[in-house]
Ligand binder design. Structure first.
Ligand SMILES: [Zn+2]
Length: 468
């Protein structure tokens, strides 16, 4: 029974196994048929799934301020025919590319030299770059983005950071760096408190011990009297201020001044309009804190002699005459102070916000403080005890006391220059007498600032193009 049962058992199993095998065979046939019905593309190996291009090495070398070198080694199954070096500066919204020269081949070794004299790079500016390669078979390969900083390696920089502001210097002790960082933080606080503009992205302030050192990091053709520059897009301020008393005094004014330009430009940047110089420079001077007496004196004399420059005129380039240039700064400061005193942080903050939307000065003033430029001018002149302008009624066209120097609107400069404290031969500025303008450059220098700093800034911005 037992064996028969076993035999019988076996015999019962056999038919069942046959059914399973049949089912498997049938399923396989159905599966095969289904597979045949699938679109060919699903089954076909993707043509570009794995690029035949292989990058074997990439690296970079910094030789600032002369050049930077970028190296690439790659090979492919067919000739590599196209290679581009793609980059974008941090803070800039435009990217750019270059085509390094090379001979198409299956194996390429490329050295791309970025001549920072020909294609200027701001010291401390940071960019992200990648390579893109194409071969004759149509394969394309992009390398991973890499960060590169155009660090000025001529000096051993010290660095302190507070919030979004970083200050770098290489001459002078820690106290010097901290003192100037404090001045920067105070200026930023002052701007926030009086104009409602905040720092929203990092700003780097680089202090060169001498003007000669700084000139080595500025673009070719930079004016010899330059004492400081701001590059709003990149959030970089470059200033020549040593730790000696004169340099320190200059730095304590120049750092807040240039920082203000960066913060205000960033807060109001738009493609349609730019801040009038009276507002831009006025805010920068306001950020410095108390002004030296010579500005107040210039303003008072102009009021007494009834020769204030009209705000309409100060909405374009400042006058070329040195005395008029000084008066322009004095008036700008005075008007900005008047707006803040009269309309508070809300008024100034709103004014900048409306400007940021691309409005004209008249409309921005109307929407923020309820009067146009002529109306503001009338109020401000009255506050100074100055005679009213003949046509300075609110709503009237202001012909101004002085004919405008230029009728074209001055675009917000991408970089703003500040004259050096004193001397133009690369020496550290001498100690400024107390109460005097710390960077009291020759008056001619002040004129050039206005022309080349504002106008030149405009040209620079255009010229820098893809590099901006
Ligand atoms: Zn300025």
């Amino acid at each position: 029974m037992a064996s028969g049962g076993t035999v019988g058992g076996r015999s019962r199993i056999r038919p069942a196994f046959g059914v399973w095998r049949g089912l498997i065979v049938a399923s396989s046939v159905i599966l095969a048929l289904l597979l045949l019905l699938l679109p060919l593309s699903v089954l076909a190996p993707p043509v570009h799934a794995a690029s035949a291009i292989v990058v074997t090495a990439t690296r970079d070398e910094n030789h600032y301020p002369t050049d930077a070198r970028f190296f690439l080694e790659a090979h492919s199954d067919s000739d590599i025919t196209k290679v581009s070096f793609n980059y974008q500066f941090v803070g800039s919204d435009t990217s750019a590319y270059m085509y390094p020269q090379f001979t198409p081949s299956r194996e390429v070794k490329i050295e791309h030299r970025w001549d920072t004299r020909l294609k200027y790079a701001v010291p401390g500016s940071e960019m992200e770059y990648y390579w893109q390669l194409e071969d004759a078979s149509g394969n394309v390969l992009k390398t991973q983005p890499t960060r590169f900083t155009f660090e000025d390696t001529r000096f051993k920089w010290q660095s302190v950071t507070s919030g979004l502001i970083t200050l770098q210097w290489y001459e002078g002790g820690e106290g010097f760096g901290h003192q100037l960082l404090d001045a920067s933080v105070n200026a930023a606080g002052q701007l926030s408190q009086s104009a409602g503009v905040e720092i929203t992205s990092p700003i780097k302030i680089m202090l060169y011990a001498t003007q000669r050192d700084m000139m080595g990091a500025l673009e070719q053709g930079a004016q010899e009297w330059t004492g400081g520059r701001s590059f709003s897009d990149m959030g970089i301020v470059v200033i020549a201020a040593g730790s000696d008393p004169g340099g320190r005094a200059f730095g304590l004014r120049a750092v807040p001044h240039e920082l203000s330009h960066v913060i205000v430009h960033r807060a109001t940047d738009n493609p349609y309009s730019s801040l009038p110089p009276w507002l831009d420079e006025g805010l920068a001077m306001y950020a410095e804190g108390t002004q030296e007496a010579s500005y107040g004196n210039a303003l008072n004399r102009a009021v007494t002699e009834n020769r204030l420059i009209s705000l309409r005129s100060l909405s374009s380039s400042f006058p070329a005459d040195p005395n008029q240039a000084r008066l322009s700064y004095a008036e700008s400061y005075s008007v900005v102070k008047f707006i803040i005193d009269q309309y508070g942080r809300d008024g100034m903050g709103k004014l900048l916000k409306v400007f940021a939307q691309g409005n004209t000065p008249d409309r921005a003033l109307q929407q923020s403080i309820g009067t146009n430029l002529a109306g503001l001018e009338a109020q401000w002149r009255a506050s100074l005890g100055a005679a009213p302008l003949p046509t300075a009624r609110p709503g009237a066209t202001n012909v101004g006391a002085t004919p405008p120097v230029a009728s074209n609107k001055v675009p917000a400069p991408a970089s703003v220059a500040t004259p050096a404290p004193s001397g133009t031969n690369g020496t550290t500025p001498a100690a400024a007498p107390s109460g005097s303008l710390p960077w009291a450059a020759p008056l001619a220098a002040l004129v050039l600032v206005v022309i080349a700093g504002l106008g030149g800034g405009m040209l620079l911005r255009r010229r820098r193009g893809p590099n901006a």
